[in-house]
Ligand binder design. Structure first.
Ligand SMILES: [Zn+2]
Ligand SMILES: [Zn+2]
Length: 366
């Protein structure tokens, strides 16, 4: 299948460097950047973009940073933490071009409203379609199964809730995952905002995202962006609502179990006893059992000279949101260190997923 999206990594770090914070710009492959751009998170903003374009003028077909920002149609925001919105806030008074929508869950927009309050920052955003065109337009997402068009009848998005930590007085702190679909081809990618491990959550939420993703993998959905803020060995009580390599690989094992369950159901449905319209059975409730079944399936289908490709073969996972190594503990860049740690764990589990890191300035074709 031909590629569907071009995505530029404006920033992919998890802080505290303000120069490299979560910020991605993308468009459908078959149109030029000048036709319009979608922003995914807005941590690092026009300043980081300015430096990236100075180093590589071809990054956006020769457009300047100001031109690129003016071409943004909407900002998809997973949650309201500063490292995901500060670029949007700082540039809000200097944006040109069409009216820009801020697409996020309503709870996230309500928090943003406290920033655009004429206190922390001037009120440069509104809920009103008919308000002044220079103001950002709050455009709330519902967490339902529907995909919403966000760009020219060709890109639509489904948002799902994630847990990103708890607070004794305020309760759960919510973030979101986005399924971004190229409507003409049906191809999608999955982007995670910051997320805590399901295994430590009182009410696990990531599993629902994996359950929604499993039937699409790998043909309709072959690229996932997910955070791994910390390197290996980080104690659970110091994760602060983020993943480490051990927890990320647990999440990928959960995804692999969902994919295996879907394929098993498909195989059963193809058999003579199964009706074509039979609903998918619910996934097995207990992970250990699912692992055992996968092992048995692998044994039956193993081809001795080459290891089996693994349940997630054909899937690329980009590691994002690595927190900077301020103490200089590692010789290599932290994103490389964490990628290597995740890759080793993924290989040991035989998942078959390709692990990559999304680094600032990269263009990723999806
Ligand atoms: Zn966060
Ligand atoms: Zn963050």
């Amino acid at each position: 299948m031909p590629p569907t999206f071009d995505l530029v990594v404006v920033g992919s770090g998890g802080g505290p460097f303000e120069t490299n914070l979560s910020s991605y710009l993308f468009k459908p492959c078959d149109v030029p950047w000048a036709d319009g751009i979608i922003a995914l998170e807005a941590g690092s903003g026009i300043g980081a973009l300015y430096h990236l374009i100075n180093r590589n003028v071809a990054l956006f077909d020769g457009l300047s940073a100001h031109q690129v920002y003016s071409l943004i149609h909407c900002f998809l925001i997973s949650h309201a933490h500063l490292d995901h919105v500060v670029g949007l806030v700082l540039s809000a008074g200097a944006l040109h071009g069409c009216r820009k929508r801020v697409c996020a869950p309503r709870s996230v927009l309500k928090i943003l409203e406290t920033v655009f309050s004429d206190r922390i920052w001037p009120n440069l955003a509104s809920w009103d379609e008919d308000d002044a065109p220079f103001k950002l337009l709050y455009d709330p997402f519902n967490f339902d199964e529907a995909y919403r068009t966000v760009f020219r009848d060709s890109v639509s998005v489904r948002a799902m809730p994630l847990l990103h930590g708890q607070n004794d007085t305020l309760g759960d702190y919510e973030s979101s995952a986005f399924f971004v679909r190229h409507d003409p081809s049906g191809k999608q990618f999955l982007f995670f905002g910051d997320v805590a491990p399901d295994s430590l959550a009182a009410r696990p939420q990531t599993i629902a995202v994996w359950r929604a993703a499993a039937p699409l993998i790998p043909h309709a959905l072959s690229t996932v962006f997910i955070e791994c803020s910390w390197p290996s060995g980080r104690p659970d009580e110091q994760l602060y609502g983020h993943l480490s390599p051990e927890h990320l690989v647990d999440e990928l094992v959960a995804l692999a179990a969902e994919v295996a369950a879907v394929r098993l159901a498909e195989t059963a449905a193809e058999g003579p006893a199964a009706g074509a319209d039979a609903p998918l059975p619910p996934p097995p409730p207990e992970q250990k059992g699912r692992r055992r079944r996968r092992k048995r399936r692998r044994k039956l289908s193993a081809d001795p000279p080459a290891p089996p490709p693994g349940p997630l073969a054909g899937l690329r996972v980009y590691i994002i949101h690595c927190k900077e190594d301020l103490e200089g503990k590692y010789d290599d860049p932290i994103s490389e260190v964490i990628r290597n740690q995740v890759d080793a764990l993924v290989r040991a589990r035989g998942l078959g997923v390709e692990v990559l890191s999304a680094d600032q300035g990269m263009t990723i074709t999806i």
